[in-house]
Write a new protein. Structure first.
Length: 162
């Protein structure tokens, strides 16, 4: 099993700092991180800034296309996200078939607002708690999680990495 975990922060720099913390994890802990990205949303901006975190995933992760589809569904426009999701092969223009249900998308959309940030990590179930422990010491965070079966994770890999 894998998890798509989203840590939300009340500051625009919290997720970036947390992303740097991920790089500081011991090597054996990082090996089970499949991909990661962060979102920062400055007050006054009409959309968030998105950064894929390079060099964390051993096989370069799912890549920018996956994050683009996910963030399109969450932040930019459900219609744009749906169109991209359909083009990527996701059923009904969503990622529900891959374990990322509409309820999760709405919870993340509600939790990340201007003035805040979020760190998105696709990781194995075994490492998620250790990552959570590493991210919490210096700032309050909220954690949102959805679980993906091996079949769903495999489907994501097939669609987004060819």
């Amino acid at each position: 099993m894998s998890r798509l975990a989203v840590w939300t922060f009340d500051t625009t720099y919290g997720a970036e700092r947390a992303g740097h913390r991920l790089r500081d994890l011991r090597r054996h802990e990082r090996e089970t991180i499949l991909d990661a990205a962060w979102v920062s949303w400055r007050r006054g901006s009409d959309k968030p800034t998105i950064r894929v975190i390079p060099g964390l995933a051993p096989d370069e992760g799912l890549g920018e296309t996956f994050w683009g589809v996910l963030f399109g569904l969450i932040f930019f426009s459900p219609l744009i996200g749906a169109a991209v999701g359909s083009a990527a092969g996701a059923s009904s223009g969503s990622l529900a078939g891959f374990g990322i249900h509409e309820t999760f998308v709405h919870r993340v959309r509600d939790a990340v607002a201007p003035g805040g940030s979020a760190l998105f990590v696709l990781c194995s179930d075994t490492i998620a708690d250790e990552v959570d422990d590493a991210l919490r010491p210096d700032q309050p965070v909220k954690l949102l999680v959805t679980r993906l079966s091996r079949l769903q994770e495999g489907g994501l890999r097939q669609v987004f990495t060819g």
